[in-house]
Design a protein around this ligand. Structure first.
Ligand SMILES: Cc1cc2nc3c(=O)[nH]c(=O)nc-3n(C[C@H](O)[C@H](O)[C@H](O)COP(=O)(O)OP(=O)(O)OC[C@H]3O[C@@H](n4cnc5c(N)ncnc54)[C@H](O)[C@@H]3O)c2cc1C
Ligand code: FES
Ligand code: FES
Length: 473
């Protein structure tokens, strides 16, 4: 039985666990405020808030309910627009801001924007103008135009900033951003999770993943786009909420991550912000806020899209993955050896990715991505590089490229060639010639093979311009 809090109501459901939260709230709870647009995670009309206990903290993130199975709602607080509306019929500050700046016309997209901005007001992000605009990067409006909606977002920075520390939810209640019942959600979720723990113990259920079903589901952002109908009844094993798969650890040599870490976890990680100074600049090129809140690293690797951004990122870190199975046996594999052919993986059906790790001894890292539009688009070509420099000499290099082969590609020869070289225009030119022998782009709607070759040449050069502006002669 799946149990969670929907707005102010505790709900239990025995519906198929693959039912989307969108269908659940609209068709089973008659909450029609949440809209259906694309059903592919692109438009944001279906955006909801998802509150989850993270240790002692209650944390809210936006998610697209059209791609979210109700199994991923288990033990959480699901908030639709009906759950933030005021009882007296008045408008919340977020709703007022949209009205006052003329941020709405037909209104179809408005609920999605309101939910994204409400989350901005109650989450941990700094209340800067940039963060306010970023909060609505997953919402599309087809009739109002974005300038007035942006003005609404910017006008909320002051209201949202009037709080601090543990009192976040209480200040948001005080500011009438969310209703009073939010004050008790933390305790109510704890009760659900405690009762769950007792049931699990009494029935000897093994809470570890990998036990029964060979088919794995994490955030659902690929599976629900590819096979929406099938997923409703699919007998999948849900890895998204497995605590054993959600961690980021630092050791002397390595960074280790659970496979269900999502892109936003990287953005919020002190360790990642320290190791990757351009983390935000790079990761905001990956999907949108609600999708980054759902998209796991393992899901990106296993989807095996030749243009997977996180795959390119971790290939360039020469990451290793740990594969586990139902018998709890594990083996480790370099990520670069995971891809055998188009969507063919060096993995048995019953194996799931449990852990990812990479050495932290690199000194430079860069990520480049070109899409048809800058944000919320998949890459035409992407590439990443990590280098360990010893003075002016490259001690080791790892280079990846996406969109130029049938699989995500670790550029073996190029990485090898760069070892021991000094950074110079000549080194870059020679490496670019080697790259051209390693790739075999497939022409598609994103460009001809020649265009993708040229793009990778430019992006590879861009790594060095970005990292060593002054040194290239
Ligand atoms: C609107 C939108 C925009 C997007 N933009 C981008 C983008 O800019 N860049 C990009 O790279 N991707 C993008 N994506 C794709 C997607 O978000 C990512 O690939 C995401 O990381 C997939 O993770 P998930 O947890 O949602 O995977 P799921 O959909 O849950 O699973 C994907 C696959 O991985 C398998 N799987 C999941 N977890 C495991 C595991 N631990 N072990 C073994 N197998 C597992 C599943 O069985 C399935 O085959 C976008 C998607 C959407 C909907
Ligand atoms: S309906 Fe478009 S993102 Fe969900
Ligand atoms: S107000 Fe009509 S789509 Fe945004």
């Amino acid at each position: 039985m799946i149990k969670f809090i929907l707005n102010n109501q505790s709900v239990e459901t025995a519906l198929p666990k693959g039912t989307t939260v969108l269908d659940f709230v609209r068709y089973h709870k008659n909450l029609k405020g949440t809209k259906i647009g694309c059903r592919e995670g692109d438009c944001g009309a279906c955006t909801i808030l998802v509150g989850e206990l993270a240790g002692e903290k209650l944390k809210y993130r936006t998610m697209t309910s059209c791609l979210m199975p109700i199994s991923n709602a288990d033990g959480k607080h699901i908030v639709t627009v009906e759950g933030i509306n005021r009882d007296d019929g008045g408008l919340t500050p977020v709703q007022s801001a949209m009205v006052e700046t003329s941020g709405t016309q037909c209104g179809f997209c408005t609920v999605g924007f309101v939910m994204s901005l409400t989350n901005f007001c109650i989450d941990d992000t700094p209340k800067t103008n940039e963060a306010a605009i970023s909060a609505i990067d997953g919402n599309i409006c087809r009739c109002t135009g974005y300038k007035s909606i942006e003005r609404a977002a910017l006008s909320l920075c002051g209201t949202a900033a009037r709080r601090n520390g543990d009192a976040e939810i209480h200040s948001a209640i005080g500011n009438e951003i969310v209703p009073e019942y939010f004050a008790n959600i933390k305790e109510r979720l704890s009760e659900i999770l405690n009762s769950r723990f007792q049931i699990a113990n009494s029935s000897n259920r093994n809470p570890e993943p990998g036990i029964q079903n060979p088919k794995f589901l994490s955030g659902g952002t690929d599976l629900y786009v590819q096979r929406p109908e099938e997923m409703v009844y699919a007998d999948t094993e849900n890895l998204f909420d497995s605590a054993a798969l959600r961690f980021i650890n630092e050791t002397d040599e390595f960074i280790e991550l659970g496979a269900s870490v999502v892109v936003t976890d990287l953005l919020e990680s002190d360790v990642f912000n320290r190791l990757f100074p351009n983390l935000y600049k790079h990761l905001k090129l990956v999907s949108s806020t609600p999708i980054r809140n759902m998209a796991t690293l393992a899901g990106n690797f296993v989807n095996a899209s030749p243009i997977g951004d996180m795959t390119a990122w971790f290939l360039a870190l020469d990451a290793e993955i740990e594969l586990s199975d139902a018998r709890s046996s594990t083996r480790t594999l370099p990520l670069k050896d995971f891809y055998l052919g188009y969507k063919q993986l060096a993995k048995r059906e019953d194996e799931f990715i449990s852990k990812i790790r990479f050495r932290k001894d690199f000194t430079h890292f860069n990520f480049e991505k070109v899409c048809k539009r800058t944000y919320l688009d998949i890459a035409s070509v992407n590439t990443a590089i990590s280098l360990k420099m010893s003075g002016d000499v490259i001690e080791h290099a790892h280079v990846s490229a996406g969109g130029v082969f049938a699989t995500p590609l670790y550029l073996r020869k190029t990485s090898e060639f760069l070892k021991g070289k000094e950074i110079s225009a000549e080194t870059i030119a020679q490496a670019n010639e080697i790259i051209q022998t390693e790739i075999s782009p497939i022409p598609d709607v994103r460009g001809s093979a020649e265009y993708k070759r040229l793009l990778l040449r430019q992006l590879f050069t861009a790594h060095f311009v970005e990292l060593f502006k002054a040194n290239i002669q």
